[in-house]
Ligand binder design. Structure first.
Ligand code: NAG
Ligand code: NAG
Ligand code: NAG
Ligand code: NAG
Ligand code: NAG
Ligand code: NAG
Ligand code: NAG
Length: 408
């Protein structure tokens, strides 16, 4: 046991010295950059100097363990890497995503497939001069989009795979991260696992995706990205950054290996005026009309059939800039005149409501990002990562979280 621990310590030390020029063990100031929004938000619009890491989304898993699908011929990834390196920032590629996690389970299911998947990843790394790999498997042993390959052994196989990747001379030097849900990875019983220490030994950090906690599937309008919820009524405690960090640290993931993933978008809901406005002020957790979902901004998913062949209504997502375009917010990010505004002090999240269109949006603004930044600092978390870089407007959100976390 002792020699194993020493071995792990040596491995960690060699990793740090091996990448000292690019991977400072300090705070992570990161964002995901989406290749499919490149025409609206090209690499040149990234706020270099405010990020030490940008994560390319996505390389999707495919039925062939030897192949990942970058979603473009690779030119955008090459452009991102050269721009980042010119600004002393790192680039990771995120593997998976909501639609791209379909073949994770089979890729790590057997020794032969794990070895092949390691090679696929190290080849991607050397081909594009990457600094890291981010695993966004949504989600091991727990069905995501609906047609993922899945096995009760996913989490155990994922860990075995990561251990093998760490033993590879290329993999050893990479910054490895995993975007996770608000609870630990599921074990073979289909429950959140109680021991994530193995992941803490092979991953540099996890990014807890504290968003989509409430949405069109919920009973009422609740926060997309609650900071805290222990102060909410029991029925409204659906998860939060505070409870997620508690769950992950209890399972053995140290706080300084936890990055808080923050959202530059919100969810919109159709809420009748009589439910939305009670005695002149906005009601908390009002019911909404699920049969009439409002469309979001230009980046929102249209209604249609997904990768699994399942019909979905419009997504209803509003980016921070979309809220400005739709007249909810001024260009400074404040509620516009004639728009109702509520800031929930428990979850530390804002809401806006247009009584004419009867659209309510649960979102994040500078105040809620500052609250999250303050929490990152006080809880000793590793940093933040924003989904997604292009959702912000004039760096209002980015500056707020950086400043409050103490990174300015
Ligand atoms: C191994 O990977 C291949 C794809 O390359 C897949 O067809 C096969 O099902 C995988 N094996 C298992 C046991 O999942
Ligand atoms: C490595 O990746 C490149 C570019 O993605 C691809 O063309 C090549 O076939 C891969 N090589 C191997 C050995 O997988
Ligand atoms: C899960 O792993 C166990 C032990 O390694 C093995 O016996 C079992 O067949 C695996 N189950 C599946 C579904 O692969
Ligand atoms: C979360 O709320 C509880 C009260 O319900 C409070 O004691 C705790 O300090 C809060 N945590 C943060 C980080 O705001
Ligand atoms: C609204 O105001 C009326 C009259 O002041 C009061 O009786 C009622 O309790 C209020 N309702 C809510 C939900 O606050
Ligand atoms: C509210 O929605 C209506 C109907 O879509 C729209 O005409 C109006 O401009 C919106 N109000 C504000 C303040 O944006
Ligand atoms: C909510 O918090 C803000 C700022 O922290 C404060 O000004 C306000 O009074 C609080 N509201 C309530 C109802 O506690």
């Amino acid at each position: 046991m002792k020699s194993l621990l020493i071995g792990v310590a040596l491995l960690a030390a060699s990793r740090i010295s091996g990448v000292s020029s690019l991977a400072p063990p300090g705070p992570v100031t990161s964002s995901w950059w989406t290749s499919w929004h490149a025409s609206d938000f090209p690499v040149s619009k990234l706020s270099w100097g405010k990020y030490n890491r940008v994560v390319y989304a996505f390389a999707e898993t495919t039925p062939d363990v030897n192949t990942l699908d970058l979603g473009d011929p690779g030119d955008l990834l090459a452009e991102l890497v050269s721009a980042a390196h010119a600004h002393a920032a790192q680039v990771s590629v995120s593997i998976g995503g909501w639609t791209g996690s379909r073949f994770f389970s089979t890729a790590v299911a057997t020794p032969a497939n794990r070895t092949a998947f390691v090679k696929t990843i190290t080849n991607l790394t050397t081909t594009y001069h990457l600094d890291g790999i981010d695993f966004d498997w949504e989600s091991p042993a727990n069905q995501g989009i609906g047609c993922n390959t899945i096995s009760p052994n996913d989490t155990a196989n994922f860990l075995t795979f990561l251990q093998e990747l760490r033993k590879d001379p290329v993999g050893e030097l990479l910054t490895l991260s995993a975007a996770t849900g608000i609870g630990p990875f599921f074990d073979a019983d289909g429950e959140p696992g109680s021991d994530m220490k193995g992941f803490a030994e092979v991953l540099d950090y996890i990014e807890i995706m504290d968003y989509d906690v409430w949405g069109s599937w919920s009973d009422g309008v609740g926060p997309n990205a609650p900071l805290n919820d222990t102060c909410a009524s029991p029925a409204d405690q659906q998860g939060s950054a505070v409870s997620a960090v508690k769950a992950w640290t209890a399972a053995g993931m140290p706080a300084n290996q936890i990055v808080l993933a923050v959202a530059s978008y919100g969810h919109s809901f159709r809420v009748a005026k009589s439910d939305a406005i009670v005695n002149g002020t906005m009601a908390a957790y009002p019911p909404f009309n699920a049969d009439d979902p409002p469309a979001g901004d230009a980046w929102d998913d249209a209604a249609g059939v997904d990768e699994c062949g399942t019909y979905n209504t419009v997504g209803g997502l509003q980016d921070f800039w979309g809220l400005m375009q739709f007249g909810f917010l001024t260009s400074k990010g404040d509620a516009a005149p004639d728009i109702y505004y509520r800031y929930d002090n428990c979850t530390q999240t804002p809401y806006v409501y247009n009584a004419t269109s009867e659209v309510m949006v649960a979102f994040d603004n500078a105040d809620s990002f500052a609250a999250k930044g303050k929490y990152i600092k006080s809880a000793g978390l590793r940093g933040f990562s924003m989904w997604e870089a292009g959702g912000d407007s004039d760096d209002i959100l980015l500056d707020a979280v950086r400043s409050a976390a103490g990174y300015l």
